[in-house]
Write a protein that binds this ligand. Structure first.
Ligand code: FES
Length: 130
């Protein structure tokens, strides 16, 4: 192995005030990847903070069709406006719809003061960061 091996840290997004998100509230953010610009969203549910990609796992489109928030508090679920599919707000697993059993991409997060730092690296099954 050469001494030139370098591991690049995955990019992050800082969401100012994100750690202060209220219960059952969500907020979208931009992922400025020039090869694949897209959105994510943070969500607090049952006291837990989560960060997800705003993209369905079975059809690469925004869950909210660009019309608001992917989390619907009336349902207490993440919701796909394309197919009325619903996803668990803590795990991102599809509970009903064409991608049943598959998960929205979830990102690791960490809290720094009032801010939330989202690492743009997909979590593995069973990971439980924050
Ligand atoms: S786009 Fe996949 S459930 Fe709607």
């Amino acid at each position: 192995m050469s001494g030139d091996d370098k591991t690049l840290a995955p990019p992050t997004v800082t969401i100012a005030g994100g750690a202060l998100l209220e219960e059952r509230a969500s907020r979208k953010f931009s992922i400025d990847d020039e090869r694949d610009p897209r959105e994510g969203f943070i969500l607090r549910y049952a006291g837990e903070l989560r960060a997800f990609e705003n993209r369905c796992p079975h059809w690469q489109v925004d869950l909210d069709l660009g019309m608001g928030e992917p989390y619907l508090d009336d349902l207490q679920k993440i919701f796909c406006r394309n197919h009325a599919a619903i996803f668990d707000p803590l795990t991102g697993v599809c509970e009903s719809g064409p991608c049943l059993g598959r998960s929205i991409r979830r990102y690791p997060i960490r809290i720094e003061g009032e801010d939330l730092i989202v690492t743009l690296e997909a979590m593995n099954e069973g990971d439980d960061l924050v």
